[in-house]
Design a protein around this ligand. Structure first.
Ligand code: KIV
Length: 264
């Protein structure tokens, strides 16, 4: 299996290929995604919601991200591992940001992702300057949920669109190797993708981005209550798991398990 590197991801945009990205938070799923050939795995701070059941990503800590990153990295032979920097790990000082980025690299991350555009340019530059590749993230930035007033499409108004374009340019200039565009109109994502030379990875940002990212729990249908419009569910794993567990419950109650073949 070929090991994917940051220059490989950058090359994919130049070559005109699309870049599929998925999140993972644990070893077994990371291993499955890696063996399936996904080029980039994001250890997202969405872990705080889909893995841990939290209402947002703000409570996720560095210790938790280090744990998830270590588990995912152990499962990856080919995929590039990018770890999210959680809330408060990079906003307080550039020194903190550099140290925390380094700690994620120590756990096996090959790049880190942080949220914010112009305002985070110096931080992105400082981390990239110590040779830790950075993925930017603009548009709907979940760590800013209270400012945004909820998980809402960003860049609908002209002023916001200009700001997001400026943010993308600032992230590129600061030295990021790629940038996530979350929940912005497809036409704006197209404009940003054509403007910057680094790959754009969209989520709820239409089809013109250089790559797409989905949260793995959404793709696998592990939850059946909410399904945002931008999600494509490829399987309903919740149903499959429930039916397996029901089978087990019935077997134990009806004394069908364990059988002779499971006994010593
Ligand atoms: O935390 C996450 O999973 C993310 C992706 C949705 C881009 O930031």
């Amino acid at each position: 299996m070929k090991k994917i590197t940051v220059p490989d991801i950058e090359r994919m945009k130049r070559d005109g290929g699309k870049i599929p990205v998925l999140t993972a938070y644990d070893y077994p799923l990371a291993k499955i995604l890696d063996e399936a050939g996904i080029p980039l795995i994001l250890v997202g701070d969405s872990a705080g919601m889909v893995f841990a059941g939290g209402k947002d990503t703000l409570s996720v800590t560095m210790d938790e991200m280090r744990y998830h990153t270590r588990a995912v990295a152990r499962g990856c032979k080919g995929a590039l591992v990018v770890a999210d920097m959680p809330f408060l790990s990079y906003q307080v000082s550039i020194e903190d940001a550099k140290k925390n980025a380094g700690l994620l690299v120590r756990e096996g991350a090959e790049a880190v992702k942080l949220e914010g555009g112009v305002i985070m340019a110096d931080t992105i530059k400082a981390i990239a300057d110590m040779d830790v590749p950075v993925m930017g993230h603009i548009g709907l930035t979940p760590q800013s949920i209270h400012r945004m007033g909820g998980y809402k499409i960003q860049g609908r108004e002209k002023k916001q669109r200009k700001k997001l374009l400026d943010d993308a340019k600032a992230v590129e200039k600061a030295g990021a190797f790629s940038i996530v565009l979350e929940c912005i109109p497809a036409a704006l994502a197209k404009k940003i993708t054509e403007t910057v030379s680094i790959p754009t990875i969209g989520i709820g940002a239409g089809c013109y981005c250089d790559g797409q990212v989905l949260v793995i729990h959404d793709l696998l249908g592990l939850y059946d209550d909410v399904k945002p419009r931008f999600v494509k569910r490829y399987v309903s794993l919740k149903q499959i798991i429930s039916s397996a567990v029901n089978g087990y419950i019935d077997d134990v109650k009806e004394e069908k398990f364990p059988g002779k073949e499971h006994s010593f």
